[in-house]
Design a protein around this ligand. Sequence first.
Ligand code: HEC
Length: 201
Amino acid sequence: MIIKTSTHVLAGLALTALTVGAVVAQSPSINTATFQADGAVHVPQDYRTWVFVGAPLTPNTLNGGSAPFPEFHNVYVEPSAFEHWSATGTWADGTQIAKELVTIRTNDTTDPATGASSEVSGVGYFQGDFVGLELTVKDTVRYAEEPGGWAYFSFGHDGEPYATIAQAFPTDSCNACHEANADTDFVFTQFYPVLSAANPN
Ligand code: HEC
């Protein structure tokens, strides 16, 4: 009897293992970036349709007159990577996150002391023009040498049109600050409530 029960239990476990295997195999694959033979990444085409997760702003007027990135930082996560994040709270290999820089809109109400303008909703900061595009890609095989497998790119900080390709920055230029300060695997999830809501763990 005991042996029979064990057999059943074992068979049940085997079945469970098979089912789990099937679920893993069916998990959505990640849409990855495309690269040239020399390793340069192509500019993503459709990033403004990705999941918009936040827009940190560090204006010059609050940073001694000169912030490294005085514009809004509009951050977008590629949808399949977002889905994986929502399900697991981790960043999959292949994840792409774009950060587009958008000027603070000015008009004849703009106060030079604060950089803020008066609009119908109140006095504050409103978005103007697209002036820069950055990308980070996680690929622990292609970027095995980079901490966390994350590589960082810029397609320009002079406005559109952006460059069509970019080479990865050296580790110290970008990766090191992300490694030291970002909350979740090199990504500043602490500033993106859309991400913490999608996976509170
Ligand atoms: C001194 C620290 C620091 C350095 C250096 C740095 N970043 Fe970041 N980066 C941040 C912070 C903070 C955020 C999130 C909030 C924001 O944009 O202010 C961020 C966000 C990003 C994001 C959005 C995804 C995320 O991880 O939150 C991308 C893409 C990005 N940075 C690219 C770059 C690139 C490309 C470089 C190098 C040219 C770079 N960063 C260098 C601090 C840094």
